[in-house]
Design a binder for this molecule. Sequence first.
Ligand SMILES: Cc1cc2nc3c(=O)[nH]c(=O)nc-3n(C[C@H](O)[C@H](O)[C@H](O)COP(=O)(O)OP(=O)(O)OC[C@H]3O[C@@H](n4cnc5c(N)ncnc54)[C@H](O)[C@@H]3O)c2cc1C
Length: 368
Amino acid sequence: MLKSTDVFVIGGGPAGLAAAIAARQRGFRVIVADGAVPPIDKPCGEGLMPDGISALRRLGITVKPQDSCSLRGIQFRRAGRAVGARFPSSGSGLGLRRTILHRIMTERAAELGVDLLWRTVVTSISSEAVNLADRTVGAKWIIGADGGNSRVRRWARLDTYLREGLRYAFQRHYHIEPWTDSVEIHWGPHSQIYVTPLADAQVGVALISRDPKLRLDEALSAFPKLKSQLRGAVPFAEKGALSATRKLKRVCRGNVALIGDASGTVDAITGVGLGLCFNQALVLAECLESGTLDRYPNEHRRLAFRPLLMARLMLALDGRPKLQQRTLQALHRRPEIFRRLLAFHGGVPSGLRLTLDGLTLGWGLLTA
Ligand SMILES: Cc1cc2nc3c(=O)[nH]c(=O)nc-3n(C[C@H](O)[C@H](O)[C@H](O)COP(=O)(O)OP(=O)(O)OC[C@H]3O[C@@H](n4cnc5c(N)ncnc54)[C@H](O)[C@@H]3O)c2cc1C
């Protein structure tokens, strides 16, 4: 063995960097290895909810205004009708390019003294050691942050799902001045397109559907208003990704813990994967400091509860145009319910009030 460390993080995407920063903030010696070279890009809606921004702040990261676009809320659009809600006054969201997020997270990790190994693929793990192509590194804790197709998950025999659902996503950027300060979710008969305003006169446009062959250009014909808004704007290359809802039976074993997409995912329509992994990182670092991962599974489940619930609610509308229409009508009539749902989605606790809203919305749907 050439070297050893307290914490070895496999994967230097947002989850891995967040885990490394949080562990370093608690005094651990940390190594991150990633096969790619920064700044790492990835197809993503690139929207950060208010609770994701608070978690970033706890990691010591503030995003400069010129690097991002402030998001005031979410708007649902369908067949010419729009209904929107604003985030609570306590916070707004951010539209932020993945490459910029990766750069600022890498800078923060480097500033704290995290040992960053790029172009470095991890080939396997054994108890208390991580194997790279040319050496083995001893590690007290091993964190699998290697994304949705995690190999660490397989190596640690954590690859058993309680639930799994797959959809297909295609994403593109357009050079055009953003026309909105909300994330727009356009509901079509068989797909959704969501639009995120970004800095530097760009918008991100992501298509999600159950059809692996459906591409943005073809899908846009079901969204004439959006298509005309994008007319003349210069698009960049289209990138594809899987949008999965995956709930794992276990997220840690022995000294190995999973985080981010490696530890389970929620459908991309929720736009919360990033905030979720930042919050997981903070909790995981607390567990490492306590010397045991015992609390991590429960905390992980608690953090995933809200996104999984919202994913279920939103996916109930997928492919059901009549229900979409009724939901938009009901939310239009009772805008305060949309506001509270959005507050819940953005991380504001609610409880009984939300249950009452659910019942009122259900009644609204029946009578719309
Ligand atoms: C279409 C789409 C839209 C989305 N929109 C949003 C949104 O608007 N807002 C939001 O918050 N979330 C969104 N998400 C979710 C979000 O993108 C993910 O939750 C987030 O990228 C998870 O980050 P991660 O670090 O876990 O995984 P990744 O970003 O996939 O990083 C994994 C890293 O591990 C590295 N790696 C893998 N294997 C190895 C190995 N063996 N050795 C070394 N390195 C390795 C890879 O190179 C990669 O850099 C969206 C997802 C999709 C698919």
